[in-house]
Design a protein around this ligand. Structure first.
Ligand SMILES: [Zn+2]
Length: 343
């Protein structure tokens, strides 16, 4: 059974110490009573493969008689962050100073990525992007509220502001929406929908559920259409242009991941629901892309419109995703600075 705690990740990047052995613990126990307690604790370790998280018995009502405890020698939370900053000082900071100087007065980010706040997603690492290259907006489930919600009932959210900052104030030309497998937020939305939770449920106690139900509801509608379609076919709109998608054509992923892929594509529709974004996209000055990250294999997929499906990005195919029309639009933008005319 795979380990559910994060210790394996921490160990794999060398930032933490290995768990102590039985002998270590016994040696450090000052008296026999302490040794017995240590032994009892060790016996209650759960079956987490990396043995860095254990369950301890505590006094409490039924159902609350154990608690999870992490190994004392592990570095977590703010300790992990502070020690990471020291490591950054010692290793990459020097090299980054030159890059900071280069982009200080004239940063020209050319990509805006929307992705999930999931701790397993590290976009700057898996895209190998550098200082000044990419705006990144992260939220629970990768949702970009549709224009119909804009300005109503104090629901102005970060995402449309980010579109304006990136594409109007700056000259970002590519927007990527990147979903991922095993998305806890999407899984929660799916379970709320599967339980037929009413749209008008008051989630005052749960901002996360409110967020997902309000801004993810349209993704669910699309997903239900997919379930009723033949061969998982759907039609999405990008501004005034419709295109077809076949979700998980090889049937490799479970339903929750299919839903995540549908939602990822649906966010592109939401981006062009903003009039200023529709003009930029229609004029070819901004291009929209959907990607999807499989966190269990590390594979990254790109939605390819001619093939109507997500295709894994590899060394052999990565440069086929940019077509001639895109290249021409890009060239025009660089030469004539057409963006101000369009907006
Ligand atoms: Zn997620």
């Amino acid at each position: 059974m795979p380990c559910s705690c994060r210790s394996a990740d921490l160990l794999s990047n060398g930032s933490s110490r290995a768990p102590s052995t039985d002998e270590d613990s016994l040696d450090s126990s000052p008296d026999s009573g302490e040794k017995r307690k240590t032994l009892e604790r060790k016996e209650s370790y759960n079956y987490c493969e990396c043995v860095l998280e254990r369950e301890e018995s505590v006094a409490g009502p039924p159902g609350f008689q154990t608690r999870k405890v992490r190994d004392e020698k592990m570095v977590f939370g703010i300790d992990k962050v502070l020690s990471g900053i020291v490591k950054y000082h010692q290793t990459v900071r020097g090299g980054m100073l030159e890059q900071f100087k280069r982009v200080r007065d004239n940063p020209v980010p050319s990509v805006l990525m929307f992705t999930c706040m999931d701790s397993r997603m590290i976009p700057s690492r898996f895209t190998q992007s550098d200082v000044g290259e990419m705006f990144i907006v992260r939220n629970a489930g990768v949702l970009i509220p549709h224009y119909k919600y804009y300005g109503k009932e104090a629901t102005i959210t970060t995402e449309p502001g980010a579109l304006e900052l990136a594409c109007v104030i700056n000259t970002v030309q590519d927007i990527i929406v990147c979903g991922h497998s095993d998305c806890k937020a999407m899984n929660l939305l799916q379970s709320l929908k599967a339980e037929n939770t009413p749209e008008d449920t008051d989630f005052a106690h749960s901002p996360l559920r409110s967020w997902l139900m309000r801004y993810g509801g349209d993704s669910w509608v699309q997903f239900e259409k997919m379930l009723q379609s033949k061969k998982n076919r759907l039609v999405f709109m990008e501004g005034n242009h419709a295109y077809e998608a076949v979700i998980d054509a090889k049937n490799e992923f479970n339903m929750a991941d299919k839903f995540s892929q549908v939602s990822t594509l649906h966010q592109l529709e939401n981006i062009t629901s903003y009039p200023f974004m529709q003009r930029l996209v229609d004029s070819g000055l901004v291009r929209l892309h959907a990607m999807w990250f499989d966190i269990y294999t590390g594979s990254i997929f790109y939605f390819n419109k001619p093939h109507k499906t997500f295709i894994e990005i590899t060394e052999k195919n990565w440069d086929e995703f940019l077509n001639e029309k895109d290249r021409e639009a890009l060239k025009k933008q660089q030469i004539f600075g057409l963006r101000n005319l369009v907006i």
